[in-house]
Design a protein around this ligand. Structure first.
Ligand code: CP
Ligand code: NVA
Length: 304
């Protein structure tokens, strides 16, 4: 049997994504009753970038499953001084049931997965944040009863990991995904094409534009993310001025459906991509909690 990895949102088919989300809802409803892991299993959770939610939700979630998380700060291992990611994968595969990693380039994650004999999970790369999208979709299901046929508008940095994950995961979930952000911060055309291809099979659609008001008009879900992602702090680009028209505030949200679900993966920059007033009343807090339930389901699905 080939080892399954979760490196991008489209590594799960629509049916598989639905199965993981169903399991997440079951685990959430019976949080401490389920122990789907067959016995104590260890999971390596490696960080090459900062984290609050991802680190804590994986550590707590693996404990709730009856497993053991080994949190690894890459800088304090030989990865921080040149041991190859492939060699690390070969060794870690001998110790643990799965490897979760937050890293930089997607090529590094792919190299890790290629050398690993256990499932590898993307806990955020420069290109994608698929665990976050499982939590987002679970939150949308809870608030709206489902995802199919719903319209999701994502505003802001449409070139970043969250934009790419909204495209792929949203299309997989049968959603109409609209992206709007400043010109020059556009999504990877290959990801857009793949999302459109998936949408054609699920009844969803994909739209990329630069007009925030058009994107939000009639939307069921409105999402945003920071304008400066980890690693972009010194890229020399103006990451404020061109983004200002894409701020999520109550004036912009007036054009969305009355039941609009507002999402933010957090951490937020209050007063930049979202106002405090909107963030405080948003679904971001449920969304953050759902990281735990969604990742418990994902690991159970991958490892069992
Ligand atoms: N949303 C998210 O991934 O948060 P952290 O960076 O704190 O893990
Ligand atoms: N786009 C952000 C997401 C943080 C959870 C980043 O990569 O920093």
């Amino acid at each position: 049997m080939t080892t399954r990895h979760f490196l991008r949102d489209d590594d799960l088919s629509p049916a598989e994504q639905a199965a993981v989300l169903d399991l997440a809802a079951t685990l959430k409803a019976d949080r401490h009753g389920h122990r789907p892991f067959a016995g104590p299993q260890s999971v390596a959770v490696i960080f090459e970038k900062q984290s609050l939610r991802t680190r804590t939700s994986f550590e707590a979630g693996i404990a709730e499953l009856g497993g053991h998380a080994i949190i690894i700060d890459a800088q304090t291992t030989h990865l921080g001084r040149g041991e190859t990611i492939e060699d690390a994968a070969r060794v870690l595969s001998r110790y643990v049931s799965a490897i979760v990693i937050r890293s930089h380039a997607d090529s590094r994650l792919a190299a890790l997965a290629a050398a690993s004999s256990v499932p590898v999970v993307n806990a955020l790369t420069d290109g994608f944040h698929p665990c976050q999208l499982l939590a987002d979709l679970l939150t949308i299901r809870e608030r709206l009863g489902g995802t199919e046929g719903r319209t999701l508008a994502y505003l802001g940095d449409t070139a970043n990991n969250m934009a790419h994950s909204y495209l792929l995961a949203g299309a997989t979930a049968g959603m109409h995904v609209r992206l709007a952000g400043p010109a020059g911060f556009d999504p990877d055309p290959a990801v857009v094409a793949k999302a459109a291809q998936i949408a054609a099979t699920t009844g969803g659609s994909v739209e990329i534009g630069h007009d925030a008001i058009n994107a939000v008009a009639g939307a069921d879900v409105v999402a945003t993310d920071c304008w400066t992602s980890m690693g972009q702090e010194h890229d020399g680009l103006d990451r404020i001025t061109p983004f200002l028209p894409y701020q999520i505030n109550s004036e912009l949200l007036a054009g969305a459906k009355p039941h609009v679900v507002v999402l933010h993966c957090l951490p937020a920059h209050r007063g930049e991509e979202i106002t405090s007033e909107v963030l405080d009343a948003s679904a971001a807090w449920d969304e953050a909690e759902n990281r735990l339930h969604a990742q418990k389901a994902l690991l159970t699905w991958l490892v069992s």
